[in-house]
Design a protein around this ligand. Structure first.
Ligand SMILES: [Fe+2]
Ligand SMILES: [Fe+2]
Length: 303
């Protein structure tokens, strides 16, 4: 049994001040949006309560699926690195970026500079996407859907090169008999969200999964719990989205939610238990609000 906490969209508060040299239209809009309403919804206090809940379960690994920052300032990248270190450090925390972490033209370099240890492939160096981190009988595959977008757009895109490598990587991991957990910030299933927030090449991503397979896909971005699936070679591949980790439930986004996942290997299948943990803001504790048990048939390996 291997346990994984899936945490996403921390949008770490507070927002640092930013200097004139960091200005861009996108960032100014993001800054105003933070001060107009987001700062009342994302709470450091909620993150503290989350940390206590995670400590109680002591999962083997924590998967963080993007939007650790708000407008991708260096100070926010640094704060997120400290937050992840505090959650367990690079050996037991894996992170990918979200669209908010790409509010700068050099977002790949910023990710590399501050978070590379949390996205370091077991084999290749320097960091590249998709990366693979194997832990026990689990393989985490980190996909980068974060791109710089025009004002008011929150698109994601994986890109043809990364998709081609993803296909190869998933097929290779299948042969190794590992449970493949794909991490991607944007939801990849059909009709997941409005165009302005969507994954532009979601259909191509789904094509890769349909050919190569995966046991579970975890995403963020929508700030709410999502249960969906996409086609795999042997049947549906579950897609699960978690809520925003720092949400205090004010405004239109639900209170903080995360997944506590347990993966058990059976002779013919992977049994994946997903407990949905959500904060009760009045009692200031997380509680399980939903439990699922999924059985994924193990791939039939040919050749
Ligand atoms: Fe977000
Ligand atoms: Fe996002």
């Amino acid at each position: 049994m291997f346990s994984i906490a899936h945490v996403t969209d921390a949008h770490l508060p507070p927002m640092p001040d930013f200097k004139r040299r960091d200005w861009s239209i996108k960032r100014i809009l993001g800054y105003l949006s933070w001060h107009r309403n987001r700062k009342t919804r994302h709470s450091a206090d909620v993150l503290k309560i989350l940390k206590a809940d995670l400590a109680m379960f002591a999962p083997d690994h924590i998967a963080v699926t993007g939007d650790q920052t708000n407008i991708a300032l260096d100070a926010e990248y640094q704060a997120a690195a400290l937050w992840m270190k505090d959650l367990g450090g690079a050996q037991s925390v894996t992170a990918i970026p979200g669209n908010h972490d790409a509010y700068r033209p050099d977002h790949d370099a910023a990710f590399q500079a501050h978070w590379a240890d949390y996205a370091r492939d077991d084999q290749t160096s320097p960091m590249a996407f998709p990366f693979v981190r194997k832990r026990g009988n689990i393989a985490f595959i980190g996909v980068n859907s974060a791109i710089q977008t025009p004002p008011f757009m929150a698109w994601g895109k994986v890109g043809a090169d990364q998709l081609a490598r993803l296909d190869v990587v998933l097929k290779a991991l299948e042969k190794e008999g590992l449970a493949r957990i794909v991490l991607i910030h944007h939801p990849p299933h059909e009709n997941a969200t409005a165009y302005r927030r969507s994954l532009l090449d979601a259909a191509d991503f789904r094509g890769v999964i349909e050919r190569a397979g995966a046991e579970l896909i975890l995403h963020g971005h929508l700030h709410k719990s999502v249960k969906a699936s996409i086609k795999g070679p042997q049947g549906p591949v579950p897609v699960r989205g978690a809520g925003a980790a720092s949400s205090n439930g004010q405004g239109h986004i639900p209170p903080a939610h995360y997944h506590m996942i347990k993966v058990a290997e059976m002779p013919q299948s992977w049994q994946i238990q997903i407990d949905h943990r959500q904060i009760d803001t009045a009692r200031r504790v997380f509680a399980t609000t939903d439990e699922e048990i999924l059985n994924l048939p193990k791939p039939v390996i040919s050749g």
